[in-house]
Design a binder for this molecule. Structure first.
Ligand code: ADP
Length: 430
């Protein structure tokens, strides 16, 4: 039946029946009986309507727990509809509660801080990341003004000026935070915080690297340009000077070339585009080769000893040759003539080790933890004199990391050093 008629048809029918009953009584027993019948039935109907109205009133006082009465006539439909409304409402509430729980969980996991404030910046709610970033505790700080909780002058200025289109960078408790206020619902504002400490650190490293690399390249370039200018200004230079200049220029160009090669190697090692390709490496041959290169570099100034009793491994031969070769060439370059260098490949208790020990100049304790940083050198002039790029140990570190290994350095200034490159047993051939 058309829902609009549901209430009217039974009521009209009932009224019709009353009138019909009244008319029948009127016809059979006269007008008094007819009217009395109609009046009595109408009073009965009215009383039942009042009773259901009363029940409805009772139910409306406590719609959630109260039981809906069964109805009669149009009330059946009224109560059925109310029942459906209550069921839909309960379902919506359950859905809402589920969404709220999901929202809370997402907010807990969010690495960004989110704090909700009212129009006058009183804290209403915040997630754990905002508590961490801003040093807040929701329980304690709820209802307090945010400017009393974050007392940074830049933050206060940010609020006063109200230029919320731009985020603000704040240094809070040793961390770099990017904060931004976003007005919403016209009486509320959201404060979003992002911890940019790591990004800043990487950015600073990148800046340092570019500055260092430019500086390293500029020095030899300045020398080359100087000699070229001399050659242009004075075409009649004698043969001996000209040759000396050409030799120096070649040396500086070689330095630039080594530097660029090392920078390219490093960037390749760090890039995801070059995943590690493993092959079986004959370690005896590799270590012998490194020793022979070290002897060539030493040119008879050092005694180079080799001991190999470790197994072959699975890895990238070029990378390991370059890493182990760097350690050996450092030993030659930082050990005065007459020194002794030992290269060994052994099996440790839980790993495989390539070790380079020298009795060279050694390294002061304070420098050891920084040696694998790019361009870090203990003695800049010695590194340059011996054709160092300052990137050798950074390359070693990255090659080992790619193989799941690590570098350990022990050294005593004036006595010598031991560089141990260890590879995990997982590099053993299967
Ligand atoms: P470099 O090209 O300057 O040698 P590396 O990254 O290979 O750069 O080494 C970084 C620094 O570590 C060197 O400048 C040097 O001061 C120090 N170093 C490396 N190996 C040795 C060693 N065997 N003995 C003493 N110092 C060393």
């Amino acid at each position: 039946m058309n829902p609009k008629l549901v209430f009217w048809v039974p009521a009209t029918l009932r009224l019709g029946l009353v009138l019909l009953g009244g008319a029948v009584f009127w016809w059979m027993s006269g007008p008094v009986t007819g009217l009395a019948f109609a009046l009595l039935v109408t009073i009965g109907l009215l009383a039942s309507q009042l009773m259901y109205l009363h029940k409805l009133g009772e139910w409306l006082d406590d719609p959630q727990s109260g039981k809906l009465p069964d109805g009669w006539g149009a009330w059946t439909e009224v109560f059925a509809r109310l029942y459906r409304l209550r069921r839909d409402d309960e379902r919506h509430q359950a859905e809402l509660a589920e969404w709220l729980a999901r929202f809370r969980q997402a907010m807990q996991l969010l690495p960004e801080g989110v704090a909700i404030m009212d129009d006058v910046l009183f804290l209403e709610w915040c997630n754990p990341a905002a508590e961490r970033h801003l040093g807040l505790t929701l329980e304690r700080d709820k209802g307090r003004r945010v400017t009393n909780l974050i007392r940074h002058p830049e933050f206060i200025d940010y609020i006063i000026l109200g230029r919320y289109e731009q985020p603000l960078t704040l240094a809070i408790r040793g961390r770099k935070l990017v904060v931004q206020i976003i007005p919403f619902e016209n009486r509320r504002q959201i404060l979003v915080t992002h911890d940019a400490t790591e990004t800043e650190r990487i950015e600073a490293m990148r800046r340092d690297f570019i500055a260092n690399a430019s500086h390293e390249l500029r020095t030899p370039l300045t020398v080359i340009v100087g000699f070229l200018e001399i050659a242009l200004a004075d075409p009649g230079l004698d043969e001996k000077t000209r040759t000396a200049h050409l030799e120096l220029m070649t040396e500086q160009a070689g330095r630039m070339q080594r530097l660029i090669e090392d920078m390219l190697t490093l960037s390749r090692l760090e890039s995801d585009e070059y995943p590690l390709k493993r092959e079986r490496i004959e370690m005896r041959a590799l270590v012998e080769q490194i020793a022979s290169d070290a002897r060539a570099l030493s040119n008879g100034r050092h005694e180079v000893e080799v001991a190999v009793d470790g197994p072959d491994v699975m890895g990238n031969a070029d990378e390991l040759r370059s890493a182990f070769g760097n350690l050996a060439s450092n030993a030659v370059r930082y050990t005065p003539a007459g020194g002794h260098i030992k290269l060994s490949w052994t099996r440790g208790p839980n790993d495989l080790r390539f070790e380079v020990a020298d009795d060279g100049i050694g390294i002061d304790e304070q420098h050891i933890s920084r040696l694998t940083e790019r361009f870090y050198r203990v003695d800049k002039s010695r590194s340059r004199e011996t054709q160092g790029t300052g990137l050798g140990l950074a390359i070693v570190k990255h090659v080992l990391l790619r193989h799941g290994g690590k570098l350990a350095i022990r050294s005593v200034a004036g006595k010598g050093s031991v560089f141990t490159a260890s590879l995990p047993n997982t590099t053993l051939p299967g």
